[in-house]
Design a protein around this ligand. Sequence first.
Ligand SMILES: [Zn+2]
Ligand SMILES: [Zn+2]
Length: 182
Amino acid sequence: MIMILKFVLFFGGVLFWTFLEYAIHRGLGHNPKLKNLFTVEHLLHHKEVNYFAAAYKKAGGAIVVVGLLTLILGLLMTWVNGFIFSTGLVSMYLVYEIVHSRLHTHAPQNAYGGLLRKHHFYHHFNNPDKNHGVTTIFWDKVFGTYVKPEIKIPVPKRSKLNWLVNEVGEVHPAFSDEYCLV
Ligand SMILES: [Zn+2]
Ligand SMILES: [Zn+2]
């Protein structure tokens, strides 16, 4: 029973990250009224899609958020349970960092990878007010910001998504139904 509770707490932390990922991206990254360090870094990522914020900046933000969360949960539950929840959250945060980076640098390996890339690059290149989730489309569906990318996604030539383009600088035939260069 105790093991199940610990698993539920860990998985709760994982799910809570997917919500935070959505909320931070939409609420801080794309809110002109809340100009902050995250907004600046995120808009740079939109402008230069191969730009990712420096690891020390991300680590600084993560330590503050996770530290506060662990403190609050530790006071509400027990320190051990708060720590397990935070461990789930941090684990999924690391997965998010890897997934986001790979969306930009690697071709999809399966249908879910293809779906996440279209979701994310629709957000990048078509409508930054939609499709904020990176590891899941779930929260976009919950909060009404989901758009199924049914158009060919217009990728600027200068963006250099290397996996998308072949040796002669055209969209790789495997992706030409879903993306075009502009
Ligand atoms: Zn991105
Ligand atoms: Zn964005």
